[in-house]
Ligand binder design. Structure first.
Ligand code: MG
Length: 247
């Protein structure tokens, strides 16, 4: 199976073709250096592209999802799909379709499904990752939890990919954009060009980290950080609150 053949396949999912193509390219580059991980498997669209890239590089993709659907995929929600209801439980269950996708694409020895919430998996995770793709629930709490649970597991040079980064609130929810900008502000990542709403960041290497720290020191020397701006010989301002005497 090639990427061109994947492009002809019809998936359930929410991702433009050029975004999916970029996932494939980055996974193929990253997977040589360690396992890749995605949060938010849904029915397997992104896992197919990431998985194909991993397979070509001889790598592995862990794909985490509780498979109960996100808030907006529940009955009555904007993205509810009645075909995903399990008739026995009456609940959304995307695992059967995810497994079918992986099986039909012969990615069973590359894509490892993990059925759980991401922060539960992160509790015991110890393996450095070459790629983390965040595309789970878009609720603020969930997005921040996914980010804080996994960002520390990225190895230097690894990729942090964030889907649904909208700079215009009228186009979409803002939680993914917030963690995208939080990651940039941390100084731990360099930015690569976005592909539509796919944010692409790369964890700096230790050598680059030295550059970042040096830049930060130089910036601080020219422009002291807030809270450190009072000259040392300024007159001391006495507190208007009298000091408490001995009780
Ligand atoms: Mg998405």
């Amino acid at each position: 199976m090639t990427r061109e053949e994947l492009n002809k396949r019809v998936f359930k999912g929410f991702m433009a073709e050029d975004e999916a193509d970029r996932l494939y390219e980055i996974a193929r580059e990253a997977a040589r250096f360690g396992p890749c991980l995605e949060i938010g498997s849904y029915c397997g669209l992104s896992a197919a592209y990431l998985g194909l890239g991993c397979r070509e590089a001889g790598g592995i993709l862990f794909s985490i999802d509780h498979h109960g659907g996100s808030e907006e995929q529940q009955p009555g929600g904007e993205y509810f799909d009645p075909e995903l209801i399990d008739p026995q439980t009456g609940r959304v269950d995307t695992l059967p379709l995810f497994r079918r996708t992986i099986r039909e694409l012969s990615l069973e020895d590359t894509v490892v499904p993990i059925v759980a919430r991401s922060e539960v998996v992160a509790r015991c995770w110890q393996t450095p990752l070459s790629l983390v793709f965040i595309d789970g629930s878009h609720a603020y709490d969930a997005v921040f939890t996914d980010y804080s649970s996994w960002v520390s597991h990225l190895r230097p040079g690894g990729f942090l990919l964030i889907h649904d980064v909208f700079f215009d609130p009228a186009q979409g929810g803002q939680a993914p954009r917030c963690i995208y900008q939080l990651a940039i502000a941390s100084g731990l990542f360099t930015e690569l060009p976005l592909v539509r709403t796919l944010g692409i960041l790369r964890r700096v290497t230790p050598e680059r980290m030295n550059d970042v720290e040096r830049d930060q020191r130089q910036r601080n020397a020219v422009c002291p950080p807030a809270g450190n701006t009072v000259p040392r010989d300024s007159p001391r301002v006495e507190s208007p609150v009298p000091e408490a005497g001995p009780s």
